[in-house]
Design a protein. Sequence first.
Length: 159
Amino acid sequence: MTAEEKNEFTLRISQANHSQLLLINYDIVIKCIEDAKEEFEKGNLQEFLNNVRQAQKFHQELIHSLNVVDTVGLEVMQLYLYVNKILVTAVFKKEMKELDSALTVLRNLRVGFEGMAKQDFEGPIMQNTQQIYAGLTYGKGYLNESYMDPLQQSRGFKA
């Protein structure tokens, strides 16, 4: 994952509510698996393993955030465990054989959770964060993001 992609995820996280955080987590897992596949095809085994391990970490967050009280939660948990098995196998065997299956499952689950997130009108979880303004500058096709807001002098942690 490039520094620019990390910054984009960070920006999205700072402005997200609970449902949007779940979608961001899906996006990160999917991106890590896609990066792992690219590294495997390049022959870079160490980066492949690093990306799969990163995907595992974020996938564990999906597992821990799941409510397994109802039958839908239990069915989703079975799918999560299937994806987890694929990720563990990829690290253990050092092959990307089943990663496409994991991507398919995760993308389908993300579509379902995206529909749920559209019905969530809750505000951002993080309070007192910087307001982001984006716009085109004088450079051709160059996007500039400005983080300054003179009205937010008290931004930061509150004791």
